[in-house]
Design a protein around this ligand. Structure first.
Ligand code: ATP
Length: 231
């Protein structure tokens, strides 16, 4: 996640309990079942009757309808435009995905999340008004590459392309040293935000606190400085 997507998530209404998911492929079904398990009301739709039937049988949605989402009249009749948040989970049919997203925005849906299957698809979705675009295959690939090359980094929050907040396992070199001894700001240009302590994070730790092997720290700074850490 980065700050621009944080803006989108913060714009979502906290009292919204209803979501519509268009497209019941693997991605759409995962969104439906997670929302449903969390107790939200989910309407799932698909052009394919069997997929609608399966979603109802597997109890991953509260309601499901068979409709062609490229048809604005069908969406209106089904009440999809009344939803605060709609997820367009059609990745492999670009034309249908673009038209559906356009229909949602023209129908007045405030928050439209759409799934992209390529970079061009992502750009097109943004052009027709998608409020947030996910590109799961790309994101999963980037995340796997990062985990393979930097297994000590547990979480990463990209502030912009050059700056991040990362949670990482305390490097062996830092074991037994106090925060002031490490001089992270002078040596690496990084600020230490938190240290994990028995599974809980201590924010703004004291300079005389010693870091232990196996615990975690959270730092903020430039990516090139983070890359210089002995991890
Ligand atoms: P995967 O299932 O591989 O994760 P995906 O989630 O991107 O991929 P797609 O293959 O893009 O899924 O298909 C999503 C669903 O969208 C399919 O079940 C398909 O029937 C449905 N769909 C395609 N066109 C329309 C349409 N015009 N209206 C409604 N649903 C549609």
């Amino acid at each position: 996640m980065n700050l621009s997507s944080l803006g989108f998530f913060r714009s979502l209404r906290k009292d919204n309990h209803q979501f519509a998911v268009i497209g019941l492929g693997r991605f759409g079904r995962a969104v439906c079942s997670t929302l449903h398990k969390l107790g939200y009301q989910v309407l799932g739709t698909d052009i394919d009757e069997k997929r609608v039937f399966d979603a109802l049988t597997d109890q991953i949605v509260g309601h499901a309808l068979q409709l062609d989402s490229t048809e604005p009249a069908a969406l209106k009749e089904a009440g999809v435009f009344e939803f605060d948040t709609v997820i367009v989970a059609i990745g492999n049919y670009i034309q249908e995905s673009i038209i559906t997203t356009l229909n949602m925005k023209e129908g007045g849906v405030p928050h439209v999340v759409a799934k992209a299957s390529s970079e061009v698809h992502r750009k097109l979705l943004l052009r027709v008004g998608a409020d947030h675009v996910v590109f799961p295959e790309y994101e999963a690939g980037c995340s796997l590459a990062r985990s393979l090359t930097k297994p000590s980094i547990l979480e990463r929050f990209d502030l912009d392309p050059d700056h991040s907040i990362v949670e990482l396992i305390v490097p062996d070199e830092f074991h037994g040293k106090t925060i002031s001894e490490l001089q992270l700001r002078n040596r690496y240009g990084l600020n230490l935000l938190a240290v994990s302590h028995d599974g809980k994070f201590q924010i703004n730790p004291y300079p005389n606190q010693r870091l232990e092997r196996g615990s975690a720290i959270v730092v903020i700074g430039c990516n090139k400085d983070i890359d210089r850490l002995p991890i």
